[in-house]
Design a protein around this ligand. Structure first.
Ligand code: PEP
Ligand code: MG
Length: 805
């Protein structure tokens, strides 16, 4: 990809403009380097710095340089002279700064070549010019010399704001890999190239406008279809019944409207909004401390960081499912590189320790934000840790959960693990966050505490304190200032301890075992309290996340026995270590991987570390013999029948009787019938199955709608597995987050799933939902959901069948 260098007098200005542009990239971003400020950290530019940035930004495709004012241009010109031979192809673009960066980033991400990226950046001001003065010529207009074979289509804009920056980037991205010349015109504006985001923005469309799309070339029809799909889908900006924001909440004034609200933890409640406390205030950049005081300032900085790490670690035990996230946050607080950077800023520049922490964490956040969506999720944690350190340094209370003295709906941009650990389900009625997806922290925490939650609500943090909100964590609905009638639809808050009233069954007696997902002693206690019929997923890797060495057999036996003893006489499905990707285990390291989610994870680690698998199976067997639980064992991340056979052989060798595997890859779905010949049961991990089926990172907030477990494609995959299980007369469970959705439980039961395993808090709701319908209703729900064309329609159809609408 063409690299981008941003030359500015101000690092803050450059970082903000780059961040804005990155919001528009859907997929990999180009390399972007910022050369801003002078070497002694004043406003200005530095040619040597620019030359270094050009070298760093180039991957062999060339580099486009966007500059702000006056001397930025001179520095960039000089930098080109300083480049080593052979010179990297470089274009210094006379572009508007913000628009130019946006256009360059989007077109480079779409695969445009060096000249095309430069052209896009230069023409980027066109959109604003035309918007302010429609009579001026359309800078991106293209000649209408279409061949007779051109494909022409017309469609109406259905989203309120038409083709603004984000839709323009989506269209240009959709065409990036196609060989076709595609233009778009409206009744009021001539045709412009559909590959050019800035030209597209310049035609100034609104809801109701008719677009005329014309295309020629080998991929013409694909190009037209892709645009038609995007337009009809309202570029993902349509309000749907599952994502309504009502009653005077003006979506056009919302910040960061990239996401679609998603209900992630069920329940419908009403309560007043209370926002998370404001984060730390930016420390003064101009304060300088005398040299003699710098070393004591560094000591204060180190001790504040150590204090925060300790505070975070002290909350781990009570944190249940988010304990490991707290551990990660604590590690950030004492990250040696980060702290060395902060100390350097105190020692060399004389910054105050709080300013140094602000800048060092800010730089780290910018770096990881550019490293991909999963890493970008860590930015919230990084800022949270930074704010805590700064608060400690200036003697303020750390930004923490509100304590208004009455029940409230917590409104936050996102929840850091440290916030989440302190959440109290009695005071917090519901959570809404601006960011996040179904597997984000806020979602996991809300489910484990049984608090209704909606994530990805654009502009949520602008809702004033005290505003009455109705939050439906099942449908994703959020109503601002609900009417009395609407308030009456909210269910009274379930009692704090909501327990399963008996084994899972439909009204007419069809049974579905309701099991708990556990990872820690805290989860086991919660599972027992909630009345779980057993454990459907024991995530063993979470017991050993912090270990440098593999745990000994004896140590494992004692950990497993504690869980088996708690569930004497009941089923406990133990999953062997699911290491790698988002759950790295130092003792199962596999080196750096460009794409860990597609790398050596789960059962794949057994190829390099067979002894770790063997020891674990031995420990499970020994613990099972010592307790009366009915122990089943399964392997994660299976993709082939060979892997299944290898696992089966290893488990049988130690004498384990009930052997299964997780179905988490599309390959395993397709060969489910053959896999089932080799094992006694299967368990569908819908979190990973959705991630791999939709090629959508499960941690990405902006891809949350693809990881929605109501997607009909995912449901059809579960159907395939359930059919194979029925044919072989073996049990099939679901243990991903899908299992905790009370409405979806009807669909899963109808598909023939025999057990659902979920966060303990979800058990009672799922149990009630099943008990309210007949098995025939479940079967109809399953058919309707699999036949639906979108997740919203699937949900809607099932709600109707269940009588909820
Ligand atoms: C899943 O992928 O759905 C699953 C249950 O496993 P995990 O969430 O632990 O990856
Ligand atoms: Mg998984």
């Amino acid at each position: 990809m063409v690299g981008i260098v941003v030359v500015s007098h101000s690092p803050d200005l450059a970082a903000a403009a780059v961040n804005l542009a990155l919001q528009m990239v859907h997929g990999s971003a180009p390399r972007i380097e910022i050369a801003a400020g002078t070497s002694d950290h004043r406003l200005g530019t530095d040619a040597a710095h620019v030359a270094d940035a050009v070298v760093a930004a180039d991957d062999g495709t060339g580099v486009v340089v966007i500059m702000d004012l006056g001397s930025a241009v001179l520095s960039a010109e000089l930098a080109i002279e300083l480049l080593p031979e052979p010179r990297i192809p470089t274009r210094l673009v006379p572009a508007a700064f913000v628009e130019g960066i946006f256009a360059a980033v989007v077109s480079a991400a779409g695969g445009a070549d060096l000249d095309a990226v430069a052209r896009e950046a230069e023409a980027a001001l066109a959109a604003k010019i035309t918007q302010l003065d429609p009579t001026r010529a359309q800078p991106g207009a293209v000649a209408a010399d279409r061949p007779d074979t051109a494909i022409v289509a017309e469609t109406k804009i259905v989203n309120q704001d038409g083709i603004h920056a984000r839709p323009a980037a989506l269209i240009s991205g959709a065409l990036a890999s196609l060989d076709a010349r595609v233009t778009i015109a409206t009744e009021r504006s001539p045709a412009v190239s559909a590959r050019s985001p800035t030209a597209l923005m310049s035609i100034g469309t609104r809801v109701g406008d008719v677009l005329r799309i014309e295309a020629d070339g080998p991929d013409a029809s694909k190009g037209v279809d892709r645009i038609l799909d995007l337009v009809r889908d309202g570029f993902g900006e349509l309000e749907s019944t599952s994502s309504r924001i009502q009653a005077g909440f003006d979506s056009s004034s919302q910040r960061g409207g990239l996401e679609t609200p998603l209900g992630v933890s069920s329940g419908r409640v009403v309560g007043p909004a209370v926002r998370m406390a404001d984060p730390a205030i930016e420390p003064d950049p101009l304060t300088r401390i005398p040299e003699v005081e710098r070393s004591s300032a560094i000591t204060r900085l180190d001790s504040a960081a150590a204090q925060i790490a300790e505070q975070l670690r002290s909350r781990i035990n009570a944190a249940g499912a988010v304990g490991e996230l707290l551990e990660a946050a604590a590690a950030m607080a004492t990250d040696p590189d980060l702290m060395a950077d902060a100390s350097r800023r105190v020692r060399d520049q004389g910054l105050s320790p709080e300013r140094a922490a602000w800048e060092a964490f800010g730089t780290a956040a910018n770096t990881i934000r550019g490293a991909g969506p999963r890493q970008a999720e860590r930015v919230t944690d990084l800022y949270d840790v930074r704010n805590r350190i700064i608060s400690t340094l200036v003697g303020r209370h750390a930004p923490d959960l509100p304590d208004p003295g009455h029940p409230y709906v917590l409104v936050a941009v996102d929840l850091a693990p440290a916030d989440a650990a302190g959440l109290d389900a009695t005071g917090c009625l519901a959570i809404i966050t601006e960011k996040g997806g179904p597997t984000a922290h806020a979602a996991i925490i809300a489910r484990s505490l049984g608090i209704p939650a909606v994530v990805g609500v654009p502009g949520a943090s602008a809702i004033p304190d005290g505003t009455l909100l109705l939050v439906d964590g099942t449908t994703g609905e959020l109503i601002i200032e609900p009417t009395i009638d609407q308030q009456a639809t909210a269910t009274a808050r379930q009692a704090h301890r909501d327990v399963l009233s008996g084994p899972g069954r439909t009204a007419d007696g069809h049974t579905v075992a309701l099991l708990a997902n556990v990872a820690s002693a805290g989860d086991v206690a919660a599972a027992l309290e909630s009345g779980a019929e057993g454990v459907g997923l024991y995530r063993t890797e979470l017991c050993f996340l912090d270990r440098a060495e593999a745990p000994s057999v004896a140590e494992q036996v004692s950990a497993y026995r504690a869980v088996f003893a708690a569930f004497g006489g009941r089923r406990v499905v133990v999953r062997t270590l699911d290491a790698g990707s988002d759950k790295p285990l130092p003792f199962l390291a596999y080196g750096r991987e460009a794409n860990p989610a597609l790398g050596v994870r789960g059962f794949r680690t057994a190829v390099s570390y067979p002894e770790v698998l063997h020891d674990q199976l031995k420990a499970i067997k020994e613990a099972a013999e010592a307790e009366s639980a009915e122990v089943w064992v399964m392997a994660p991340m299976i993709a082939t029948v060979d892997e299944v056979r290898n696992f089966g052989h290893a488990a049988r060798t130690v004498g384990l009787p009930s052997i299964g595997v997780m179905i988490e890859t599309p390959a395993a779905v397709i060969q489910a019938d053959q896999i089932l010949i080799e094992v006694d049961f299967v368990s569908v991990g819908t979190n990973d199955l959705a991630q791999y089926a939709f090629a959508a990172d499960r941690h990405s907030a902006s891809l949350a709608s693809l990881n929605d477990h109501w997607q009909p494609a995912l449901l059809r995959m579960i159907d395939m597995v359930a059919r194979a299980a029925a044919t072989s007369d073996k049990p099939v469970g679901v243990s991903g987050e899908a299992a905790s959705d009370p409405l979806l439980a009807l669909v899963l039961a109808g598909l023939g799933v025999s057990s659902l395993s979920m966060a303990p808090r979800a058990l009672a709701g799922v149990g009630r939902s099943l008990a309210a319908v007949t098995f025939e209703q479940c079967r109809r729900a399953a058919r309707a959901a699999c036949d639906a064309d979108t997740s919203a329609r699937a949900r809607e159809a099932v709600r109707e069948i269940a009588g909820h609408s």
